[in-house]
Design a protein. Structure first.
Length: 192
């Protein structure tokens, strides 16, 4: 009985290994789109890559589409919803456990390198770009804590109730609200 108590005590005292960021499937798909066709004015609908061999928001190749076994025509991969279903079907076929666990790295690397994408060194850089897109998107969405422990949207240095809406109107011409007017020289320019 004592041995069991010691064993349980040691097990409970062992620090937990931090888990990877728990991404959602929608976050992973959005990051893939950002990496594949980010910046396209139509969301990647008319995007063609790899010398015209890949198309749509996820830059799907014909062989990838065929492997997905989704009914329809290859040209439908230009449509965001259809191409999303192609990517999900491809993952269900080639890496179902990664899809179930939302293993973002494996999903991204299989998307980029095929069924053996995780084993290919060439997909590491692609995964790093997807990971950066995941982190950046989450940082834009999640509020940041302020000194008093409250959360606020990113981009604010003060809590919303601490912002002075009249500060800008009262500041000298060219002064920033966060900069005291006394530190400004003539004509509102910063003193040297």
């Amino acid at each position: 009985m004592i041995a069991l108590a010691l064993l349980l005590g040691l097990h409970c005292a062992t620090p937990a290994v931090p888990a990877a960021a728990p991404w959602t499937i929608d976050e992973v798909l959005a990051a893939l789109r950002e990496v594949e066709t980010g910046g396209c004015p139509d969301g990647g609908r008319r995007a063609r890559g790899d010398g015209g061999a890949a198309l749509g928001p996820y830059q799907i190749h014909r062989a990838y589409w065929l492997d997905s076994r989704v009914a329809g025509a290859y040209e439908q991969c230009r449509d965001a919803d259809y191409s999303r279903s192609v990517v999900l079907a491809y993952w269900r076929r080639w890496c179902p456990r990664a899809l179930e666990a939302v293993d973002a790295e494996m999903l991204a690397r299989v998307h980029n390198g095929g069924p053996q994408g995780l084993a290919k060194e060439s997909t590491r850089g692609y995964w790093r770009r997807v990971e950066r897109a995941l982190v950046a998107a989450r940082a834009r969405r999640e509020p940041r804590p302020v000194a008093d422990g409250r959360d606020q949207p990113s981009g604010f240095s003060k809590a919303p109730d601490e912002l002075d809406p009249l500060a800008e109107a009262a500041a000298p011409s060219g002064a920033r609200p966060s900069e005291p007017a006394a530190s400004r020289g003539p004509r509102g320019r910063a003193a040297a």
